[in-house]
Write a protein that binds this ligand. Structure first.
Ligand SMILES: [Zn+2]
Length: 184
């Protein structure tokens, strides 16, 4: 219990400071290349504060390292969008003890992607990103419970859900069969 409340306090403190700075200065610097600001996609987003060359690491995806079981539990209480698969045993919860990388929104036509080695996950520029552009990557969710994760990324190619390319092919077929008229 004590551990949980300590974590929660840390999270609240970080979020409060982030909100305060965004309100006062319009942005909160997260890395050499990225800052948090108000997003048109959802809540707070992450934006390029300078030109980012293709292939450059924008920010490390930092957070609490947790077991798969704990990740499942947290996913059920709304953390799914902040949890990253690190390896076959460990996941990262970016909403707790993170560096703000968890604020990066999902995009259906993303300008960034994830790249990982055994112990770290990085968000990397997929193409040259201009200053002021919102940084997005594909959260890559599978087709299970996809309705829980609607997307409003604003791209002309928006799928309406935060799906991996593979899951999107499956869901698109399903929507067509049900006559729901998929967008793409
Ligand atoms: Zn979208």
């Amino acid at each position: 219990m004590a551990k949980t409340s300590k974590r929660t306090l840390k999270l609240i403190r970080f979020q409060r400071e982030l909100e305060r700075r965004i309100e006062k200065e319009g942005s909160y610097t997260l890395s050499d290349y990225a800052e948090a600001r108000v997003s048109r996609i959802h809540g707070r987003g992450v934006f390029a504060c300078k030109r980012i060359p293709r292939g450059r690491r924008i920010i490390e995806y930092v957070g609490e390292k947790i077991s798969k079981t704990e990740a499942d539990r947290r996913s059920r209480v709304g953390h799914a969008v902040y949890i990253f698969d690190l390896n076959s045993r460990v996941d990262i919860d970016g909403a707790i003890g993170g560096n703000g990388a968890h604020l990066i929104n999902h995009g259906c036509e993303p300008n960034a992607r994830s790249e990982w080695d055994e112990n770290h996950v990085y968000i990397v520029a997929k193409r040259t990103i201009q200053p002021g552009e919102e940084i997005t990557y594909n959260y890559g969710f599978d087709e299970d419970n996809y309705e829980r994760y609607p997307c409003r990324c604003g791209s002309s190619k928006c799928r309406g859900y935060m799906l991996s390319n593979e899951a999107w092919r499956i869901v698109k077929r399903k929507l067509k069969l049900n006559g729901n008229g998929a967008k793409a």
